[in-house]
Structures are given as structure tokens and as C-alpha cells.
Design a protein around this ligand. Structure first.
Ligand code: GLN
Length: 331
């Protein structure tokens, strides 16, 4: 009788205690308590940043909301903080647009009129074009607008394809646009409109302004940090979804995307970021950052208070400590 009771209590203790850990390659164990500790350690740093308000609707985000999620090698998602908080994907959508543009046109065609450059300019620097009038890369706004213009389809079809791919990767059919943020982006997106017409002037884009609306739409897709960590997992694992589905498996393409993330995903901060965090990453002005540990795990952080480069400040601090704690950097 006593034996049964003590066996039961050991079993119960085991069941209750195991969810705090996850296996992460090289016999490292990631502890969910460490994730929570890092959120608590850095959450007040939001006071040193600023919520983006150049798109007026973004300015309404709660600067105190912090979330942190990883999708581990077994495809399990672990999250702490405000993990159900929704926010817009913004520039992280540029990765999905690049995925589709390259699938449809091939890498060579996409990069004939666009560079693989890094940059010392901010993401919305007016031109971000090289000496031949080509966008520097697909991660800054100019190149991203061009990339979306390469996805085939009339009216909002290219956007619908981006949305469908995000729903597929996350296995979350509820993901949709935030119409208020879309209207706000469209109404105030003069710089992006300027870049669009400059590229049209160079003969790079034939289609009309509806193409630009697709860029605004893709940026206004609303997700949460768990959706983002699944997107990171998908890219890290060469197009394998977290549940093992390989419909869009494409090693070559995910290598290209991660190379771009490393080179320009954090804009003019990318070089320093590669030194301090050393993971292919992409930020969005909505406050999300995703990072891939190639062939292993997907990581996502969220806090809408941004540094001077437009990257989540709290998100960066959490990532930096997390990567150091578990030696996740690729170098
Ligand atoms: N929609 C934003 C813009 O075009 C995206 C920028 C970003 O997330 N860095 O300015």
C-alpha cells in the first residue's frame, strides 16, 4: 500500500515537473523557468524604447506586453508572458513574400533587379537603392515592395497567397488582417508610396498601386508570439512544419532566406546583431522578432517598444541572454 502511494507520488511529481524542460540539441535542456526569468528580468526596459507611431494605429499597442515563445526540435511550442497578445506581423511578412516570389520566379530572376546587400540605412530609408537603381535587399521596404510585386495575381491575390502560407505554416486558419491597421498604413504610407513610384520610374514594376496595397496588407496580418515561433521553426527546419508536414520543404530556399535574415533582417543593426546574437533573425515594427537556430528550433519574442533601429528592445535583450545561456549562436 505504502509502496503504491510513494510510487504514485513520484509519478505525479515527475509528470508535474517535466513540462518545465525541453530538449534542445547537444543535450542541452531549456528550462521554461529560465524563459520566464528572462521576461521578468527585461520587461521594464520597455521604458527605454518607444512604440512606433508613424503608422498611427500602431501607437495604440500596450508597451508593457511581453511574450516569449520557442518551438523546439520536437515541434512543441513553449511560451511565457503575454503569449495570447495579438499584434501585426509587419516586416516579418517580408520573409513569406520572399518565399513565394522565389518559388514562383526562381532566385535568379528575383535577384536580377535586387541586391543581396546589407545596409547602413534604416528600413524605410527613402531609396535604399544601389547605384543601378536596384533595391539593396528584400528585407528593407523598397526591396520588400518589389518582392511582393513579383508574386503573380490580380488585385489582392498576392496578399491572399501570403496569408494562406502563414495560415499553413502556423496551422492556424484564424489568422487574418487587422483592417484598422491596414487602413492606417495605407493612409500614411507616403514613403513607401514614394519608393514604389521610384521603382516604377526605373521600369522595375509594371503593375499599378494595388501592388503596394498588398504590401500594406501583408504587414497588417495579425498574429501572436506562438504563431511567430512556428514560422521561425519552419524556416529553421528547411520548410518542415512543426507537426512534421513537408509540403513546402525546400532546403535551398530556406538557406537563402536565413542568409538574408542574417545580413539584413535587423536592418542597419544586423552586423552588430550578428556579433551579439548570431542567429538569422527578422524584426517587425509591431514589436515581434523571430530567430532561427538552423535545423533546430524557432524562437520568437514580442514587446512593441522599439529601439532607434525599429527593433523590439526588450525582445533583443531577452534573445541575447537566452542565446548566451544555451550557446545557441551559429558561430
Ligand atoms: N509596414 C511597415 C512599413 O512599411 C513595416 C516596417 C517594419 O516592420 N520594419 O514601414
Amino acid at each position: 500500500m505504502y509502496k503504491t502511494i510513494s510510487f504514485l507520488s513520484i509519478a505525479i511529481f515527475y509528470i508535474l515537473s517535466t513540462p518545465s524542460t525541453i530538449v534542445c540539441g547537444q543535450n542541452k535542456i531549456i528550462d521554461k523557468k529560465v524563459m520566464l526569468h528572462l521576461v521578468n528580468k527585461h520587461k521594464l526596459a520597455f521604458t527605454q524604447g518607444k512604440v512606433a507611431d508613424y503608422i498611427p494605429e500602431l501607437g495604440k499597442a500596450n508597451p508593457k506586453a511581453v511574450a516569449f515563445s520557442i518551438t523546439n526540435e520536437n515541434g512543441e511550442t513553449w511560451s511565457v508572458g503575454d503569449n495570447k497578445q495579438k499584434f501585426t506581423i509587419q516586416s516579418i511578412s517580408k520573409l513569406i513574400a520572399l518565399m513565394l516570389a522565389v518559388e514562383e520566379n526562381g532566385e535568379e530572376k528575383v535577384f536580377t533587379q535586387m541586391g543581396y546587400y546589407g545596409t547602413h540605412h534604416p528600413f524605410n530609408y527613402f531609396a535604399n537603392l544601389d547605384h543601378n537603381g536596384r533595391p539593396l535587399n528584400p528585407m528593407m521596404n523598397a526591396g520588400a515592395i518589389y518582392t511582393t510585386s513579383l508574386i503573380a495575381g490580380d488585385a489582392d491575390e498576392p496578399y491572399q497567397k501570403i496569408l494562406a502560407r502563414i495560415r499553413y505554416i502556423t496551422n492556424n486558419p484564424k489568422i487574418d488582417i487587422n483592417p484598422t491597421i491596414y487602413e492606417s498604413e495605407k493612409a500614411t504610407g507616403y514613403r513607401n508610396r514614394g519608393m514604389f513610384y521610384l521603382m516604377k520610374n526605373y521600369g522595375m514594376i509594371e503593375k499599378e498601386e494595388e501592388v503596394l496595397n498588398n504590401y500594406f496588407r501583408q504587414c497588417s496580418i495579425e498574429i501572436d508570439v506562438e504563431d511567430l515561433s512556428k514560422i521561425a521553426y519552419f524556416i529553421a527546419n528547411q520548410g518542415t512544419r512543426y507537426d512534421g508536414d513537408k509540403t513546402h520543404y525546400n532546403k535551398e530556399l530556406m538557406q537563402l532566406i536565413q542568409a538574408q535574415m542574417l545580413t539584413a533582417g535587423m536592418y542597419e543593426f544586423s552586423g552588430e546583431y550578428a556579433r551579439t546574437i548570431a542567429l538569422p533573425s527578422k524584426s517587425g515594427v509591431g514589436g515581434g522578432i523571430i530567430a532561427t537556430v538552423p535545423n533546430k528550433i524557432g524562437i520568437a519574442v514580442y514587446n512593441p517598444s522599439l529601439d532607434e533601429h525599429g527593433n523590439s528592445l526588450v525582445g533583443y535583450l531577452i534573445l541575447k541572454d537566452f542565446v548566451q545561456e544555451y550557446s545557441l549562436g551559429i558561430f
